[in-house]
Design a protein around this ligand. Structure first.
Ligand SMILES: NC(=O)c1ccc[n+]([C@@H]2O[C@H](COP(=O)([O-])OP(=O)(O)OC[C@H]3O[C@@H](n4cnc5c(N)ncnc54)[C@H](O)[C@@H]3O)[C@@H](O)[C@H]2O)c1
Length: 346
């Protein structure tokens, strides 16, 4: 299978490694709109074709493409793939707003292509363990859940062009970092029905025009209530916790620390005990962005292998475009609630 990559920035190298790990997959082409970037990336990674033109990339005989561009450019990449009948796996978030997301899903459906979205944290064993306990009934009706995201992003991170801007990213800590964990929360708790949130730029205000601090209260259709606390203002970053609890008080949780690595941190669920790891904040792991991307690589590999298999087996991928929408809907509702000072009903 010939696969291309659109957008030759930081995360694209995880895609190259993950695609090459799948038997019979060739990373055949790359494109990037910044002059010279695709050719430099192709040279560095031994990729035979590079272009600055998305249409030329998609006309180079590809079966599938992965989209690794900034958030605001996801829609254009996916629509182009649909126009050319090329299956597409898009990085998170699906888009910067719901209107874009729905156009992308419709275009992929009309074109008859497979459309997946990267939420590779769903592939952590610690995340799947919770889903499996829900599926086999060891966890019952969930009544509560939460996310605490205490992250560090410094001035150097935000100094990169586009980072921390509404124009390129559509928002801040919620849409860029914590959408993964909001996706996990809704994977476990189902659809949200009411969202109240507050967002602020409290520390990085000179450099970014999006939130670096957010809090939200989410009521799910089941009646369960969850809270979200998220910020990129911690020094050092202390990782992210996600937990859920059922009507019998059984609780399952995971911690992501260092960023990219998820492990079970709470497990009071009936059945065989699971190994629970201690949380050791600030105890010395490499918390730089390249290290975070390295930690994520095995899970990118799992989701990309699933996407390739989905194309080959003519089935839906593990996370479809449609599956990826609700996390964005929740984030958008937090933003709308914060702007209007009201509770948003979904
Ligand atoms: N799944 C994860 O854990 C994870 C981790 C990091 C980043 N990401 C996501 O991956 C995507 C890319 O992130 P990144 O950190 O690699 O960004 P980046 O800024 O390093 O790279 C983006 C690249 O896209 C190129 N580009 C911009 N607009 C384009 C267009 N219209 N067509 C083609 N190329 C275009 C830029 O020139 C740049 O080279 C984002 O959606 C981001 O949220 C996901």
């Amino acid at each position: 299978m010939r696969v291309g990559i659109l957008g030759c920035g930081r995360i694209a190298r995880n895609h190259v490694a993950a695609l090459r790990a799948v038997d019979g997959v060739e990373v055949a082409a790359v494109a990037d709109t910044v002059p010279g970037r695709a050719h430099a990336f192709a040279d560095a990674h031994g990729i035979p074709y590079a272009s600055e033109d998305v249409d030329l990339l998609l006309e180079s005989g590809l079966d599938a493409v992965t989209v690794c561009t900034p958030h605001a450019a996801h829609e254009a990449g996916v629509l182009a793939a649909a126009r050319h009948g090329v299956h597409v796996l898009c990085e998170k978030p699906i888009a910067v707003d719901l209107a874009q997301a729905h156009r992308m899903i419709a275009a992929a459906g009309d074109a008859g292509i497979r459309f997946g979205v990267v939420f590779q944290r769903r592939f952590w064993p610690a995340a799947q363990r919770i889903r499996a306990a829900l599926d086999d009934g060891r966890l019952g009706t969930l009544t509560a859940g939460g996310i605490v995201a205490r992250l560090n992003r410094d001035a150097a991170y935000y100094a990169e062009p586009g980072r921390g801007t509404r124009a390129a990213e559509g928002g801040g800590v919620l849409i860029t970092q914590v959408i993964h964990h909001i996706d996990l929360l809704q994977w476990y708790l189902g659809r949200a029905r009411r969202v109240t949130g507050h967002c602020a730029t409290l520390v990085h205000g000179g450099v970014i025009d999006v939130e670096d601090t957010a809090g939200a209260l989410i009521e799910f259709a089941s009646g369960a209530i969850a809270t979200v606390q998220a910020a990129t203002t911690f020094r050092p970053g202390l990782g992210i916790q996600v937990w859920v609890s059922d009507a019998d008080g059984h609780t399952a949780g995971l911690t992501e620390y260092p960023e990219g690595v998820g492990f079970t941190d709470v497990w009071t669920v009936p059945g065989p005990p699971e190994p629970v790891h201690a949380y050791e904040p600030g105890s010395g792991p490499d918390l730089t962005l390249p290290a975070i991307h390295d930690h994520l690589a095995p899970y990118h590999a799992r989701q990309i292998a699933d996407f390739v298999a989905a194309v080959r087996e003519d089935r839906e991928p593990a996370v479809t475009g449609r599956d990826a929408v609700h996390a964005l809907e929740i984030v958008e509702a937090v933003y709308a609630s914060s702007r209007t000072g009201t509770t948003v009903v979904l």
